[in-house]
Design a protein around this ligand. Sequence first.
Ligand code: ATP
Ligand code: MG
Length: 172
Amino acid sequence: EYVNVGELFNYILNRFDMIIANDDKPEKYYTIKREIPKVQIWVELDTSKFTQVIDNIMNNAIKYSPDGGVVTARMIDNQKEVVLSITDQGLGIPKKDLGHIFDRFFRVDKARSRAQGGTGLGLAISKEIIERFGGQIWVESAEGQGSTFSISLPYEPYDPTDDEWDDGEWDD
Ligand code: ATP
Ligand code: MG
C-alpha cells in the first residue's frame, strides 16, 4: 500500500513518547528529538513490517543507551529516495563488529548484551524487510559515542488525491 512515510514515522515515534511519559524509572529517561520535515512522501510498503523495523531500531537505541540521552529521528528527502535515520548517544559498536551487526544471532559482546535480553535477530529481520521494499539499511557508529541507523527507501512521485493516478478505469 502507499503510505505517507513521514506521517507513519511520526506515528511510531509517538508511541515511544507515550512509553516515556508512563515510565517510572527516571534513570532510563531519554528524549526523542525529531527532524522530520512536513513533506508528503508516498512510499509503497507494508505498514506493519515497516513498523517492526522502526520499533527494533528504536528499542535498540534505548536498550543500548544505559544512561539515557537524546535519540534523534530524522527524515531527509533526497528526491527519488527518502532517508530515515535514528541516532543515539549510547554504547556504540566496536569497529570490528560493524560488518556483522546485521547477521542473524549476532550480538556485540555476549556478556554486555545478555543483560539487555534479545535474540540478535532484530536487525537481520529489519534488513530483509527493507531490502524487500527495494531499500537499504546501514549503520555508522563510534564505540562509546553512539550509533546512527539509516534506512533509504526509493519512491516515485505519487499523489493519492490526483485523478491522474487512477488505474486507467473510467468511473461513471
Ligand atoms: P532482538 O532485536 O532480537 O531483541 P538484539 O537487539 O540483541 O535482539 P539486534 O537488534 O539484531 O538484536 O542487534 C544486534 C546487536 O547489535 C545487539 O545485540 C547489540 O549488540 C548491537 N546493537 C544494535 N543496535 C545498537 C545500538 N543502537 N547501539 C549499540 N549496539 C547496538
Ligand atoms: Mg534489537
